[in-house]
Design a protein around this ligand. Sequence first.
Ligand SMILES: Cc1cc2nc3c(=O)[nH]c(=O)nc-3n(C[C@H](O)[C@H](O)[C@H](O)COP(=O)(O)O)c2cc1C
Length: 419
Amino acid sequence: MPFMSSLFTDIISSKKKKIFAAPMADVTNPAFRALCAMHGADLTFTEMINADGLLNGDRYAEDRGFSADGKPYGVQISGSTAEGISKAACLLEDMFHPAVIDINMGCPSPRIVRSGCGASLLTKEGLPAQIVRETVGAVSTPVSVKMRILKNEDETIRLAESIQDAGAAAVTVHGRTRDMMYAGKSDTAVIRRVRETLSIPVIANGDVRDEASASRVFDETGCDTVMIGRAAIGNPFIFERISFFLTTGKIHPFISERLHASDTGPSETRQRVADFIKYCDLLDKNDLFGCVNIRAHAQWFTSGLADSGNIRLMINDLHKNVKIDINDRPALTEERKQLAAEIIAILEEHYGAPWHHRSGGLRWSGPGAPADAGDYFFVPMMTPMFDLRSFPTDATIPGPSVFSLQTMTDSSRPSFSTP
Ligand SMILES: Cc1cc2nc3c(=O)[nH]c(=O)nc-3n(C[C@H](O)[C@H](O)[C@H](O)COP(=O)(O)O)c2cc1C
């Protein structure tokens, strides 16, 4: 599929600094990836899809691997053998036509390592290269590898070289060893050495969580692509704020409003609530509620918001004693939609409807304008037809008398409408 091959090459070789969304199990489902892409992630990756599971008819692979927005993305495979991974790659290529197929050689979780997958591959002499060679030979989609560093720096370099020589189109390096799990610091010096040694693109991963850390990782590794994992959980806006910084050299206005580094300011809070609502909408539209732990995601989306401790307790209390058979997907879907609707109602009550504001000469003076409207103008985040540029700069926006948010109930999903 030459079209797909060139897609990844075009993205990875573009001259601008790029930010990818890392593969994360139970996080980067199609709805969440779409949200990351909306906020400017240049490429997103699926959570790992296990090769053996897929070959044995894993019914959830379908839910994890598709695209909810038609944008290019990578599908990640975990597995323990070259045969299993290359066969799974063929299947995934046919199922999803991703821009790149990524092989997981970094996951340190004991369950994954015990089954011979993830980071356990790194120390099996010759196996990483064999896996890449067979997979590259089996598919026409570019193949990349996501690896951790080894304790010995020279061995890390040799391993990365063997992966390149076997035909990988790119390598992502997380600058921690398998034993470090997620503790300590990602070693940017080793990532830099890998980048200086290889001729294929190297993507730097580990500890990018804001503008300063992104700049540091770009500078210290010399890579022109960084991959963000944990900082994006419940916070897809991270891609927008870092992209803003990379293009303007300035801190995004939402972030400048913060009174404390760890607490979101009013606009960022509204953005986060809007993102959660949009996320629920995407889960609903793509029939994904049944396979997503919406309570956990709600906890992540509310982390760092003012009074989030109380909000999170309230979320925990919802539907506490409801028990549903995890194999009963329709019932799970209905239950989680209902739960999501109640969470959204709590967020709106606490933080207000998620109006988006941008500085400019506009003032929202309509009924219901928030007290802090000031010189900002507020528009609903989710009105796709609403074009900010179509308003003259001295216009008055009539606020919720024009647009209102319909709170989700069990039978309807969140959407804006004109009353
Ligand atoms: C919840 C969670 C799930 C993850 N799942 C995967 C995965 O499926 N595949 C993978 O290669 N790495 C996985 N990772 C590792 C991340 O992709 C990334 O390498 C790591 O978090 C370091 O980047 P960060 O410092 O930006 O978080 C996961 C990490 C977390 C926190």
